[in-house]
Every structure is written in structure tokens, then in C-alpha cells.
Design a protein around this ligand. Structure first.
Ligand code: IMP
Length: 179
């Protein structure tokens, strides 16, 4: 707890590890009620979700698969513009219930890309679970079904989230101290 410094920025404790773990237990119960009998595929979005995903699935006492993917964008043909791709999705998602695990949903651009790709690949049902949600920044209409915490439009790090690659390795979540 307290203040941490990552390179040129300082951050103050914002959400404690105890509060994170409490919310994860509740989310796992909600998931059990909704998809516990669907043998879902949990899909962690790298890099940020790896710690949250690891804690969440260990609270989910029902049969599930877990896999991790990265969302990458590349320039397609001139007419198609930027094209998105899920890297690392090796299993078929045809007719499956997919639970996407995000670290943070900000504008929703990432979720929108993922949603299109999963539906295109034949997922039966796609649920979104995120550790953090910024309601004031969200501009999309895709429902985010499970949120551990709603937070204001401020920059946070820790518990998987980074500042330029630093700070992922903490148990608590920290908020930037604006100078
Ligand atoms: P979106 O596509 O705008 O929803 O942005 C999602 C991505 O932005 C997340 O997966 C993070 O990588 C990054 N991001 C947004 N807000 C924060 C933050 O407060 N801290 C760290 N990363 C963030």
C-alpha cells in the first residue's frame, strides 16, 4: 500500500488486493449461475488480463477451458483499411460460449474488435468480464456483462495493468498522481 513510483510517474494505492479478491469471488458466483453448465471457453486478452484471469478462473468451480490471445491490427488492402486479428486462438469457438476476460475497458474499441472476430468465427454466445470499466470513456454499445469495478476516467496501473510496460507486478491497483 502507499505510493509507488514507476519511471517518471507516481501512483497512489486505489483498490486494495483484499477488495479485488472479494469482487472476484462474487463475479465467479455470477458466472457460475450464468454459464456454469455451458462448458465455456474463457479467453484472456494479453497482456493486461493475465493476473486477473488467473485469479478469476481459480474461483470458478465448474468445467471450463482457458486460453489467451492478443489482438493485433495490421493494414489490409487500401479498401479494407486496418484489419484486426486474434493471435493465438488455436481452438475452434464454433457454437461455444466464450467468456472474454479484459483487464480494463476504456473506450471499448478493443472489445468491439474482439466481438466482431468471435462472432465471425461462429461463437454461440460471448460474455465480457472486465476487472475495470471506465463508464465515462466507453463509447460502444456492446454490453459488458461483468465488471469488478467502475472507475473514473483516470490512469491506473498494477495487478496486470501497466504504465509503458512497468507496474504489472503488484497485488493492489494504483491511480496516477497528477502533478
Ligand atoms: P479501449 O480499447 O479504449 O477500451 O482500451 C483498452 C486498452 O487500453 C486496455 O486493454 C489497456 O491496455 C489500455 N488502457 C486504458 N486505460 C488504461 C489505464 O488506466 N491504465 C492502463 N492501461 C489502460
Amino acid at each position: 500500500m502507499g505510493i509507488i513510483t514507476l519511471k517518471d510517474k507516481s501512483f497512489d494505492t486505489y483498490i486494495s488486493k483484499e477488495d479485488i479478491q472479494k469482487r472476484i469471488k462474487i463475479l465467479a458466483e455470477e458466472l457460475k449461475k450464468d454459464v456454469g453448465d455451458k462448458e465455456p471457453l474463457f479467453l484472456g486478452i494479453l497482456n493486461g488480463s493475465f493476473i486477473f484471469a488467473s485469479d478469476l478462473i481459480r474461483q470458478c468451480d465448474f468445467p471450463l477451458n482457458i486460453s489467451f490471445v492478443k489482438v493485433a491490427s495490421y493494414l489490409g488492402t487500401k479498401s479494407s483499411g486496418s484489419v484486426s486479428q486474434l493471435i493465438g486462438l488455436n481452438e475452434s469457438i464454433l457454437d461455444r460460449t466464450v467468456v472474454v476476460i479484459e483487464d480494463i475497458v476504456d473506450t471499448g474499441k478493443t472489445v468491439e474488435k474482439i466481438d466482431g472476430l468471435l462472432k465471425k468465427n461462429g461463437a454461440r454466445d460471448v460474455k465480457y468480464v472486465t476487472l475495470l470499466f471506465k463508464p465515462d470513456a466507453y463509447t460502444k454499445s456492446i454490453p459488458i456483462h461483468y465488471k469488478a469495478f467502475d472507475i473514473p476516467n483516470e490512469f491506473v496501473v498494477g495487478y496486470g495493468l501497466d504504465y509503458n510496460g512497468w507496474g504489472r507486478n503488484t497485488d493492489n491497483i494504483y491511480k496516477i498522481i497528477e502533478e
